[in-house]
Design a protein around this ligand. Structure first.
Ligand code: BES
Ligand code: MN
Length: 458
């Protein structure tokens, strides 16, 4: 094991260079013009995996390619050799708005101990940390106590559609004891974390159609409804003053938080003032009766992610717009069902919609919430690995984000996910100036190196 640790230390600066190469690909899965870039990025991951000694292949899909990279299987005929999957994604969120980036999103910049680039922490840096740990085992000829398969996809940020069918088709090859995922956060540098719950998600787009074309607002305004106005009036009714989602039935299936969990949440290292500064709001807002930790991870929400209508350019244009559109997502907690939630939302919006406009609702991706016991032997092994790498006591936490594929892993492979994320709260995932802390990168490699020992010691 010492050889592995020494190897990681010795090659750290090359690893950082490699992360820089990785984040240069503008692998934005939501934008069709980047299709080739996703492919090129997938090829880079495949070649890189091969160069460190893994058997890797690029698997084309209807969407973006999936990379499967595995350790050479040891010839063990007797008994069960543990097998773990490491899941990650090479696709990234759109970098817009460009003008808020201090340096271009796909030209990595190192400042202090941070590497700035879109995808640096979500998720390229985090999956590269695991690849580097494996490289250290393979290049030092250190015996691995288990088989390992990397599955790195290119559609996580858009709902993981191709991977869902891929898992079903390759169920036998991918059967495993657990899935290890570093794609979540940790409270701060001194508190590594094991995440035992993720929120689910249900996405939809609502469009209101008014006049058949944009109309002169002086000539026609006052005789026709304004779709932007109608949409705002509808959207404004989706949340009440206590921060609760006002769709009838929305909370019907929400599991009540146990007294035990609510007590645990209070121990979370979170300072209200610092938190407010981090998010940059004049005053915090959230569902009444719950604290921030609960609001951001254990309670469901509804957000407008985008709102478009009329003229968006410089100066003014006096029109009644022909249409208005909102992109909406709800975050779900156990036991809410995304399909049911979309149905409830559709029914409610249909009821609210005035006859003066025509409504269209398009449902998008969905994912169920995820929760596992943090007390399992595997979870305990992960906690030990985190502790060895970071040198301090790890926390147990719930996260508010979603990783849609975790429930699919559970259903198709029957395996639970160990969520050992390396992102810091100020890493700006999905925001301008995304970064990854290079210390978390290095400690993440160490954690991964320890993890295989801990998991197989069980
Ligand atoms: N890494 C995130 C998920 C995440 C972020 C989990 C923070 C916990 C804490 C992941 O890449 C992500 O952003 N997922 C999307 C999924 C969605 C587009 C279906 C999300 O949560 O918005
Ligand atoms: Mn993301």
């Amino acid at each position: 094991m010492q050889a592995v640790i020494d190897y990681l230390k010795e090659h750290q600066s090359r690893f950082v260079d490699e992360l820089c190469e990785y984040v240069r690909f503008p692998s934005v899965s939501a934008q069709p013009q980047h299709r080739q870039d996703l492919h090129a990025c997938a090829e880079w991951v495949t070649k890189h995996s091969q160069s460190i000694g893994l058997e890797a292949r690029l698997c084309p899909t209807e969407g973006h390619p999936i990379i499967v990279a595995k350790t050479h299987r040891a010839n063990t005929t007797n008994g069960h050799r543990p097998h773990f999957l490491i899941y990650g994604h090479y696709d990234v969120q759109p970098p817009e708005p460009f003008e808020l980036w201090k340096s271009p999103p796909f030209e990595p910049r190192i400042e202090g101990s941070s590497l700035f680039a879109r995808g640096a922490c979500d998720n390229k840096g985090q999956n590269l940390a695991h690849l580097k740990a494996l490289e250290a085992y393979l290049k030092t000829n250190t015996e691995l106590p288990c088989d390992i398969t990397f599955v790195i996809e290119g559609e996580e940020e858009v709902g993981s559609k191709s991977l869902t069918s891929f898992l079903k088709e390759n169920r036998e090859e991918l059967r495993c004891d657990a899935i290890v995922i570093s794609d979540t956060g940790m409270p701060d540098r001194k508190h590594p974390a094991l995440t035992y719950a993720l929120r689910g998600i249900a996405a939809f787009e609502i469009t209101l159609h008014g006049p058949s074309r944009d109309l002169h607002s002086g000539i026609f305004g006052g005789t026709v409804d304004n779709p932007a106005m109608a949409l705002c009036q509808m959207l404004a009714q989706l949340r009440d003053k206590n921060g609760r989602v006002a769709i009838p039935g929305f909370y019907a299936d929400v599991e009540k938080l146990s007294a035990y969990e609510r007590k645990e949440f209070k121990r979370f290292p979170l300072n209200m003032r610092e938190y407010q500064k981090l998010v940059g709001v004049p005053k915090l807002f959230g569902e009444k009766g719950f604290n921030i930790v609960e609001q951001r991870s254990a309670r469901p929400t509804l957000e407008i992610n985008g709102l478009t209508s009329g003229y968006q350019g410089e100066g003014s244009k006096t029109i009644v717009p022909s249409w208005a559109r909102a992109k909406i997502t709800t975050r779900l907690v156990p036991n809410q069902d995304p399909v049911k939630i979309i149905k409830l939302a559709r029914r409610h919006l249909t009821k609210m919609c005035p006859a003066t406009v025509r409504m269209e609702i398009q449902s998008g991706h969905g994912a169920e919430p995820y929760i596992v016991s943090p007390k399992s032997p595997q979870a305990q092994a992960a906690l030990r690995a985190l502790k060895s790498a970071f040198g301090c006591e790890p926390m147990l936490m719930r996260e508010g984000g979603s990783i849609p594929i975790v429930n699919v892993f559970k259903k198709t492979l029957g395996a639970d996910a160990l969520l050992v994320g390396l992102a810091l709260p100020d890493d700006n995932a999905h925001s301008p100036n995304e970064k990854f802390d290079l210390d978390c990168f290095a400690k993440g490699q160490l954690m991964s190196a320890h993890l295989w020992r801990e998991l197989t010691r069980l």
